[in-house]
Ligand binder design. Structure first.
Ligand code: GDP
Ligand code: MG
Length: 426
């Protein structure tokens, strides 16, 4: 089995908690894109964890966790994350964590570039991209410029240090143009020495490992960061991430382009949330937004930023399901709607009086107006429900309506943040 767990919406759908739950039957969990801009919250018998770089299978003792070649890795951040988990009693050794030699290293100057550019955009246009300022866009740009460093280079720093001065000189041309002080080669050497060295023991050719594991009949799960609407090609450019968040990219980003995924499980939220800037057609404002944000605890796991919120968006979610090729859906955070007498659903958009059902091009999206329909709420606590039969009729109706409007099968419904607060529907 090669199963992909991916996001249908704008991210923060609860992928981490679903990976933590569903990885019970898996031998390997592999992150295949993105960096420490991810924030995956997992709550289980071991505690509450926010994972930025480590795959969410790290909390299961028998799972081997892989950080694939599609990832960008901030060495300092990863050292800190490993340290924190070890302090919480989680074992992390080369037996349960391996890192692709082809994964890209996020450099301190990439973080600086991200900050410089967001600040420049704010001043020049008043419209920053809403980046997490963790260097993700600049480091992916370096990858495609073929100026980035890879984890495998840590194994032979002689060659790395030969390459370093010219890359630093090239990077300083940009940094100086922003009016900032150039970075020093020595500081970059120190970064590699301090934070690269302790990670050397994890670095391998993960493609070889994953192919062998697959041949041996092991079950492999791919964990995405962010959602379809943040994909670099299919999302709301430029308010996207800088990597491919879609399931089809999973084998490539994992290091096994020769294999195909068996199935794709899309994680979709029972309402909408969007952190950062960009068009968000179904957005609530004022009191409606405050109420839903508080009920859903919608503050960024990576940054603490308040998330924008709105009702379930049929147009965007249908598009997300298509982009992800999702065979099955996990509908998350249904319990957040417990308090409502009536629940809004954004069934379609209007553009110049015309009904829009297909998710439009980003520029057009800005002009679209949402159309909300009201459905009856269940108005009771569903957090203790563990079987389909436990759910009130109105909740089942809400799920069935989403299935119908989005032409999808909802296999899991989560009703709380803890591992076991989830219902298998069939
Ligand atoms: P991810 O980035 O997709 O892994 O999602 P995040 O972890 O950033 O955001 C999901 C948030 O919702 C986290 O704070 C989770 O603890 C929480 N959460 C996940 N599933 C549920 C659920 O079913 N009910 C409630 N109330 N909270 C949930
Ligand atoms: Mg998140």
């Amino acid at each position: 089995m090669l199963t992909s767990i991916c996001g249908i919406n704008w991210g923060d759908e609860g992928k981490g908690r679903m990976v933590d739950l569903l990885s019970e039957k898996f031998d390997v969990v592999c992150r295949y894109q993105g960096g420490n801009n991810a924030g995956h919250t997992v709550i289980n018998d071991k505690g509450r964890f926010i994972l930025n770089l480590l795959p969410s299978g790290i909390l299961r003792e028998n799972v081997v966790n892989v950080m694939g070649c599609g990832m960008v890795i901030d060495l300092k951040h990863l050292c800190g994350e490993i340290e924190k988990l070890r302090e919480a009693g989680i074992k992390i050794t080369p037996e349960n964590l391996i890192i692709s030699d082809k994964a890209i290293i996020t450099m301190p100057y990439n973080v600086l570039q991200d900050v410089m550019e967001e600040d420049r955009l704010t001043k020049a246009t008043g419209k920053p991209y809403g980046s997490t300022r963790r260097g993700i866009a600049p480091v992916y740009a370096d990858k495609y410029m073929k100026k980035a460093f890879r984890m495998g280079e840590l194994l032979n720093t002689k060659l790395l240090y030969k390459r370093l001065p010219d890359i630093v000189a090239w990077k300083n041309m940009t940094i100086k143009a922003y009016g900032f002080n150039p970075v020093k080669v020595d500081d970059m050497v120190e970064y590699f020495e301090t934070y690269g060295k302790p990670l050397k023991e994890f670095v391998v050719d993960t493609g070889v490992y994953l192919n062998e594991a697959h041949k041996a009949g092991k079950n492999i799960m791919f964990e995405a960061q962010l959602g379809a609407l943040r994909d670099i090609d299919f999302g709301i450019v430029p308010y996207t991430s800088s990597s491919s968040t879609i399931a089809a990219y999973a084998p490539i980003g994992a290091g096994i382009p020769n294999l195909k995924i068996t199935n794709s499980i899309g994680i979709m939220k029972a309402y909408s949330s969007c952190v950062g800037a960009g068009p968000f057609t179904c957005e609530y404002f004022g009191k409606d937004a405050e109420r839903l944000r508080e009920l859903g605890g919608e503050y960024g796991a990576a940054t603490g930023r308040p998330r924008r919120v709105g009702p379930f968006d049929v147009v965007a979610s249908r598009y997300g399901i298509r982009c992800q090729g999702a065979d099955e859906i996990a509908l998350t955070k249904l319990d957040v709607l417990d308090d409502y007498d009536e629940i809004d659903i954004c069934t379609h958009y209007l553009l110049d009086g015309k009904q829009i059902d297909e998710f439009p091009f980003t520029d057009v999206l800005d002009e679209c107006k949402p159309v909300f329909e009201k459905v009856k709420g269940w108005h009771c606590d569903i957090t203790k429900c563990r079987k389909k039969e436990d759910l009130p009729k109105e909740a089942l109706d809400y799920i069935a309506l989403i299935e119908k409007l989005c032409e999808c099968k909802i296999k899991y419904v989560s009703v709380g943040a803890e591992r076991e607060a989830c219902i298998k529907m069939f």
